[in-house]
Design a protein around this ligand. Structure first.
Ligand code: KG4
Ligand code: ZN
Length: 338
């Protein structure tokens, strides 16, 4: 089964074609970083307009790369929730138009379900059940994955997402947007012990919740007191700030994997590309005896191969979306106890 995936929930226009939920024939991403960089964050209306310009060329490029025509596609998967409403609508209307003209089945995909499906494209995907740590620009959650499409969110962030903590920190340090990558890069030559940040959420041992706003405030106080450093001191500050974010993510993941009695953990979303988090979780897994699965960095950030992978599993279960499928800007994953 050849599935065309389309993703446009934020600032990446992406299309991909995968076969039987495993083999990636094409994976095309058009980033809008240049459009939003001067504003220090994503401007929804500009994002929607850029998606309109990019979506047809990106779908066409994916078909060309796969050497296929639309008639040879067996299903269309599209992100319909959550995300920015204008950007979501562009991908959704494109997917609906393709489904309508080709008569092929359409399936709507939750963006976070897509992130969790990225790792299923890897040679050794995690077995079920497992724990998923989702760390993106808009979300930070720990999710119990019982099976494809059967997930329970155990806890999420109370305030900022991990990606926001990186991006807002980077903005404060004048590092540009999106800042996660810049902090990661500078941190690699810095001393993570140089600046002490307070340890977050030390009381909430048994919850899968996160909080990053205090950390951001600590960085603000540090910058107000000492100014923005340059050279090695900037690398040291980035390394220390990154280490504090990673410490909380790793500590909560360790506690939750133990509480849920699981042995496999996947990490997904843009922040899963962070070198400190990748190393920190692998070290924790080796120490505590759980196995860690992380997609390559380009499949951690937004892409359409992950949407096609998640859509494939839904289509195989016989699920279909109607042409009345709507964009839902805010839609939580199923929560524990609800
Ligand atoms: O998953 P994603 O592409 O979009 C959302 O669904 O939000 O995640 C984007 C986020 C941004 O906050 C970006 O700064 C962060 O992922 N990010 C990183 C790295 N690469 C991307 N954060 C830390 N280190 C990185 N290497
Ligand atoms: Zn995302």
């Amino acid at each position: 089964m050849r599935v065309l995936g389309i993703e446009s929930s934020c600032d990446e226009t992406a299309a991909a074609i995968i076969v039987d939920g495993r083999e990636v024939l094409a994976d095309v991403v058009a980033s809008q970083n240049d459009v939003h960089a001067k504003y220090g964050g994503v401007v929804p209306e500009l994002a929607a307009r850029a998606h309109i310009l990019n979506v047809v060329p990106v779908v066409r490029a994916a078909l060309d790369r796969a050497g296929l025509t639309l008639a040879e596609i067996d299903g269309i998967a599209v992100t319909n929730a959550p995300g920015l409403s204008g950007p979501l609508l562009v991908g959704l209307q494109t997917a609906k138009a393709i489904a309508w003209t080709t008569g092929k089945p359409l399936i709507g995909v939750h963006h976070l379900e897509g992130h969790m499906a990225a790792v299923y494209l890897e040679p050794e995907p995690p077995p079920m059940p497992h724990l998923a740590l989702i760390v993106s620009g808009g979300h930070t959650s720990l999710v119990r994955v019982n099976d494809h499409g059967t997930v329970i969110e155990l806890g999420a962030t109370r305030d900022d997402a991990a990606g926001e903590a990186f991006d807002k920190g980077a903005k404060l340090l004048g590092l540009g947007y999106p800042g996660g990558v810049m902090i990661d890069k500078l941190a690699q030559t810095g001393d993570p012990k140089a600046v002490k940040f307070p340890k977050a959420m030390t009381q909430s041992v048994h919850t899968a919740e996160f909080s990053f706003s205090g950390l951001k405030t600590s960085l603000l106080h540090h910058v107000r007191k000492h100014g923005i450093p340059g050279g090695q001191a900037l690398s040291d500050l980035c390394a220390s700030y990154q280490a504090a974010i990673v410490e909380l993510l790793v500590r909560k993941t360790r506690q939750t994997v133990r509480a849920e009695r699981l042995a496999h953990v996947q990490v997904c979303g843009g922040v899963a590309a962070n070198s400190g988090l990748r190393a920190g979780l692998r070290a924790a897994g080796a120490e505590d005896g759980f196995r860690v699965y992380i997609p390559p960095p380009n499949r951690c950030t937004d892409n359409a191969a992950m949407i096609a992978a998640a859509g494939y599993h839904r289509l195989m279960r016989g699920e279909r979306s109607g042409l009345d499928l709507d964009a839902v800007p805010s839609l939580a994953l199923p929560r524990a106890g609800s």
